[in-house]
Design a protein around this ligand. Structure first.
Ligand SMILES: [Zn+2]
Length: 105
């Protein structure tokens, strides 16, 4: 096995550094919507969270997303994100194994 450079990002909730693919990106789009970005390619300011609802809850409690995105994230947006987060969590965990081999350069 040869060593491979893995891009690390920090979870805004628990502050742990993790490989990007283990994190879910939340993006503030140029028109100020706050969305979950599973592709990691949407334009805008991004923040990363571990792919677990626990970290999302922590972020909500500490308002970490507000700080990371430099925008007030309203409770209704947090609620919407929470729903999306729960919806993608399983898919995200399932997809992770498959993605393991092709790290983008
Ligand atoms: Zn975390």
């Amino acid at each position: 096995m040869r060593p491979r450079k893995i891009p690390l990002r920090k979870c805004v909730a628990c502050q742990e550094m993790k490989p990007k693919k283990e994190l879910i990106r939340v993006v503030r789009t140029p028109d100020e919507a706050v969305l979950i970005d599973l592709t990691g390619k949407k334009a805008g300011r991004g923040a990363y969270l571990c792919g677990q609802v626990d970290c999302f809850r922590l972020a909500k409690k500490s308002r970490a997303l507000d700080r990371a995105l430099k925008q007030t994230v309203g409770p209704e947006i947090y609620d919407q994100l929470a729903q999306d987060f729960i919806a993608v969590e399983d898919e995200f965990i399932a997809g992770k194994d498959e993605m393991d081999d092709d790290e983008e350069a």
